[in-house]
Design a binder for this molecule. Sequence first.
Ligand code: F0G
Length: 525
Amino acid sequence: MAAVDEPELAEAHLRQLLGSLGLDVNYVRGQANTLYFLDDGREHAVVDFVGGYGSLIFGHNNPTLVAYAKQLLDAQIPFHAQFSYHPYANDLATALNRVHRREFRTDENYRAIFANSGAEAVETALKHAEMDRSIRLAALGEEIHGHVEEAQAAVAAGSAVVADHAYDELGVTDRSAGALERLVEAIHQHNEPRFLRQPLFLTLEGSFHGKLAGSLQLTHNSAYRLPFRALAAQARFLPFDQPGAVEKVLDEERTYVYDVVMRDGVVDVTERELPVIGGFFVEPIQGEGGIHEVGVDMAQAIRAAADTAGFPVILDEIQSGVGRSGAFFAGSHIGLRGDYYVLAKSLGGGLSKLSVLLVRDSLYRPDFELLHSSTFAKDAFSCHLGRKVVEMLEADGGSAYGRVIERGARLRAALERIRSTFPDVVKDCRGRGLMLGLEFQDQSTCDDEIIASNARNGLIGYVLAGYLLREHRVRVFPTASASHTLRFEPSVELTDDEIGQLESGLEATCRLLRERAGARLVGAA
Ligand code: F0G
């Protein structure tokens, strides 16, 4: 309870913005797809299609999960037992692997490193990929060093001479006494900065991988990213649906260092390719970017490039995973298998903050476990809950996935009806399972100034959200990166009535947009 004479100190600036849109509601209770707020001492229900930004595949306070959580607390399982044996973490890793083996028809295991939030799991992936790359770099550096020493010894012993080509290649013009040392120095001058350069990560336009120092560099939205670009290794953002762009970027980024070769008593130099790409991060279905599914051709191009060049494909299934798409891993729909996966959001069952990095066994560096840790990660409560979530999805032959598909199809049909009734207002309807988006036509040149100015400021989606909440008790949001796309990520408990309530709300919204009734949308008329 805020004291009257105290200033509001927890993100008051954000709350003021939410308040101006009618979105600063204090929800006091949540159950399934319903959030409740109090007014006049009474609870008022709001149908929630935001679903914790996709964290609630089983809904708010799912009774089975709540009962299980209570059971865990009653049993006094230790939250904090760091640096001890965590069989429950292993159980969850095993459960995730079982699902992965089935969906991707593979025998290979993935090792698990647990974390607490989505961005943290992404940063853990960044670190593991960089550890792997730096070990490969060091091995290459040592190999080259060994070759240089062998050549120096052979030349000193008079059993080898240096080819003119080597001097020419490195621009060593003075070939008098000590020329080999000058060549070695020139090789060092060329190689050193290349060995020390930061890795480059690849991802797609529209991507969202988090907002921490490293993960933010992989998040496309420049408003979020650019002020902090100096903090960590950079990414290149490839066009979302241009498979040819993958090879092109690899060609542009290809980096060579010089090695020394000795053949038939002749010392020469040769180029070796340096591993500069740290990894390719992909959301199989982009969430924050406005619900875009990666195409099969793009997925194949990414997979093929990674296999050839030897960098990992890191599938960010934080939002699309854990059942939301109608499969556990959304990548399975497009045949895109990751070398790494990151999962979070729904994995914690809506009751705990749990995330995990999975790394393919053959690429896993066990020493990572000695270098990386987090106080809260791998705790018993979250791991037990995560395992329960996987069990609930997998129960009855995976009937929950079927429900996601069936409920998703119902919701999709409602959105499609809206689109076909209001093509002048609604541009597109996209997504899979219970991860759907409705894109509105650009309204920035609308002749209603309220609508047009909000569209220009990127706030139109929030204006529509404010209207839907105020007038229809429906909670939806656009995203900062797709300001006129509304995103729908309800739980599998979605009812026909809830869909109906959304549909009539959207109908009314579209009618007001069609009538250019901006004042009514913002509640000023
Ligand atoms: N990766 C994806 C695909 C995400 O959707 C998110 C968060 C993150 C990483 C970061 O996770 O917030 O737990 O650190 N997405 C939210 C959204 C914020 O609006 O879609 P986090």
